[in-house]
Design a protein. Structure first.
Ligand SMILES: O=C(O)CCC(=O)C(=O)O
Length: 307
């Protein structure tokens, strides 16, 4: 259960780390599950609907960046969505009726040797809804430190504009040009903590992460959850803007099977929220790493300039 102070911090900053929320046995089960996928990735040459691989990935030296839709791949990942502590925290932040958002869920591994940082962005840019009651929850499978590429979030930006995430030539690239947008990245705070901690960030908060400069992985299981009355603005039942199932719709039954707590509804809550539709999409739109390749800036460069 989150304390009143944690809830206040979340709404003031737009993000929060709840330290040591999950026990070592849960962390171990998640870690073992990720290891199985890293091993399985040795026989895969190209990214597919489950594995997102770095360009330098080989069977001898696997560099798995992401496991897609972990809830469909392994019971250890699925169990997190049933954990009473997790469900309670989500309902405290989103209200009693909570759905697993219909786009891609993920484990981001940020492996050593991976070259792609995640540039500044708002998740909201990729999946605007009828209201902004959406939160990404990241379960720390490793200790997350300043060195291994923690999420960096800029406090208060969840109350700001829907930033432009397009490239010079007008394509949606899923990244913000911090200078052009007047973002003060020096205010960014790191979401660090021990394995078993859980980070929560609001769908509109500006965030990103630099490359991993440590000797080990930084594995986060990231689930985005939505209030049941937040309906996707693009697509009928699904906001699959990027990713392999781009134009697929879910049946209502499938949509409602994603409820984590409470009841579904057919009545969207309409709120006056700033939004942009993420179009037109660049040719190589896939995971955040692929789509951000079309972006000219770099979060690492922003930080080098600051130092
Ligand atoms: O894994 C990371 O470091 C960043 C993840 C993120 O911001 C995202 O996938 O939207």
């Amino acid at each position: 259960m989150l304390s009143a102070q944690q809830i206040e911090t979340f709404w003031r900053q737009g993000f929060l780390v709840a330290h040591n929320m999950l026990p070592p046995e849960t962390v171990r089960a998640l870690s073992d599950a990720v290891d199985e996928f890293v091993d399985a990735s040795r026989s895969i040459r190209h990214s597919n609907s489950v594995f997102d691989l770095d360009d330098a990935h080989t069977s001898e030296k696997p560099i798995l960046r992401r496991i897609k839709n972990p809830q469909d791949q392994h019971p250890a990942f699925r169990d997190v969505l049933k954990d009473a502590r997790v469900v309670e925290a989500l309902t405290q932040l989103l209200g009693p009726n909570v759905r697993l958002y219909t786009g891609t869920q993920k484990v981001n591994l940020k492996p050593v040797g991976e070259k792609a940082p995640v540039n500044w962005h708002q998740d909201w840019a990729t999946y605007p809804h009828t209201n902004d009651s959406l939160i990404a929850m990241s379960v720390f499978i490793d200790d997350v430190t300043e060195e291994n590429g923690p999420l960096l979030a800029i406090p208060g930006t969840h109350r700001g504009p829907a930033y432009d995430h397009t490239s010079e030539d007008g394509y949606f690239v899923g990244a913000i040009d911090a200078k052009k947008s007047g973002l003060d990245v020096s205010k960014a705070q790191s979401m660090t903590g021990e394995a078993g901690s859980v980070g929560f960030h609001h769908v509109r908060v500006v965030h990103g992460s630099v490359v991993n400069r440590s000797e080990g992985t930084r594995r986060l299981l990231i689930y985005t959850c939505a209030a049941a009355d937040a309906w996707p603005l693009s697509g009928t039942y699904t906001p699959r803007i990027i990713g392999p199932k781009e134009n697929e719709s879910l049946t209502l039954e499938e949509y409602d099977s994603r409820m984590i707590a409470g009841e579904p509804t057919l009545e969207p809550r309409l709120e006056k929220v700033p939004a942009r539709i993420p179009q037109p999409i660049a040719q190589n739109a896939g995971s955040v790493y692929e789509i951000q390749r079309n972006f000219e800036g770099s979060i690492d460069k922003d930080f080098a300039e600051k130092e």
